[in-house]
Write a protein that binds this ligand. Structure first.
Ligand code: GLY
Length: 378
């Protein structure tokens, strides 16, 4: 009996369910954690599969096809993630990702490989559209886990990556609009100070909502957090994972989110499974959410239950007033995704209405995920 199954049986025998490992709510609005149980599709699945944030649908399709023909799971996943990084319409990742407050795109990405328990990551990387491919080479070609900023760019150059302007016309206009609306005191006219009609430059027809991203319109050019996370398991039970992002839009230059932080936005353990997060990175960092999910699975929870319980932990520990709504709930969204070594998979969001992508024995598709709170954010 391997590590996971022994633990699973022990936990089941001890009657450890969701409530057995639940945190406290510290007297605030207590979410009713709904245990999706074995009726949730993914928890009952066994065998090879790839899961992702919902914007990663093309990535899971591609990664699973490659894995089915024997491609290494990390190569397959990074190849899938590159589709999203190359897509100028996804404003949360790679080319076309929303820039920092100076109008410069800074990308974060990490990979982790179960069979060697090794990771690689880059943070605040400029001018290279495929940070996950650079992270893969940090993992494979260096003794390090994380390269940042200028050092990450120099490494990418050495590895032969081409530099390019990552701003698209749409992301540049979105940034410009945010800048104009930042302050009434500056010399830029805010939307409500202009006589001519204001275009809805942040809405791009046909663009799917990205995880963690709030609905945007012209008078709400606030911060957005989108990302792509992809995790997979082979038929032999080897796991790998990758997270890639342009991070929080309009961020302070140099800000690093959870995506390149192993244990926060991405983690895998070949004895257990893999997990990752999208949405507010600061919350995933201070709660080490990806590692927490894997740890909950190690102690017997299904992937869906582990994600929901990790989400509850985030809600419980959101203590700053500025981050809570009138009922004490987090005023931000976060989504979590997990795959277990045996092929069970699941996800969870803070607020209702979210989906994830999966490619398993039943094909590649988007599926609804359970939420900690019953209604949509807002
Ligand atoms: N989760 C992406 C970020 O916060 O940077």
């Amino acid at each position: 009996m391997d590590h996971l199954s022994r633990r699973t049986v022990m936990a089941a025998a001890a009657g450890l369910g969701l409530t057995g490992l639940a945190g406290t709510t510290h007297g605030r609005s207590s979410p009713r954690t709904k245990h999706p149980g074995p009726e949730h599709d993914g928890d009952a699945h066994r065998g090879m599969c790839v899961v992702a944030s919902v914007n990663g649908l093309p990535a899971v399709r591609r990664a699973r096809e490659l894995m089915a023909t024997g491609t290494d799971p990390l190569d397959a996943i990074v190849d899938g993630v590159a589709i999203i990084e190359d897509d100028p319409e996804d404003t949360s990742v790679g080319l076309g990702g929303l820039p920092n407050q100076d109008g410069i795109v800074e990308l974060d990405a990490s990979v982790m490989y179960g069979p060697t328990h090794k990771s690689g990551a880059v943070a605040s990387l400029r001018s290279i559209k495929n940070p996950a491919r650079v992270a893969l080479l940090v993992c494979r070609r260096t003794d390090h886990c994380l390269l940042v900023g200028e050092g990450a760019l120099r490494f990418a150059r050495q590895m032969g990556f081409k530099e390019q302007d990552l701003l698209t016309e749409a992301s540049r206009r979105a940034w410009q609009q945010w800048r104009e609306n930042m302050s009434k005191e500056d010399d830029w006219l805010n939307d409500d100070e202009r006589d001519e009609p204001v275009g809805k430059v942040l809405e791009q027809p046909g663009q799917p909502a990205t995880p963690g991203q709030r609905a945007r319109h012209h008078d709400d050019p606030g911060f957005t957090t989108g990302t792509v996370h992809v995790s997979g398991v082979t038929a032999a039970g080897d796991v790998a994972s990758c997270t890639s992002t342009s991070g929080l839009s309009w961020k302070i230059p140099g800000r690093v989110g959870d995506s390149p932080i192993i244990g926060a936005g991405n983690y895998c353990d070949n004895a257990v499974g893999a997990a990752g997060c999208t949405g507010r990175g600061e919350a995933a960092i201070v709660n080490l959410s990806a590692h927490t999910i894997v740890s909950f699975m190690e102690h017997g929870m299904s992937p869906s239950a582990a994600c929901l319980e990790a989400m509850k932990r985030v809600a419980d520990r959101t203590k700053e007033k500025r981050l809570r709504d009138g009922k004490g709930r987090p005023n931000f969204d976060l989504k979590m995704y997990a795959v277990r070594k045996d092929g069970a998979w699941g996800g969870a969001s803070m607020y209702a209405g979210a989906s994830m992508a999966v490619a398993d024995g039943a094909g590649a598709r988007a599926v609804k995920i359970p939420s900690l709170f019953d209604h949509p954010l807002g």
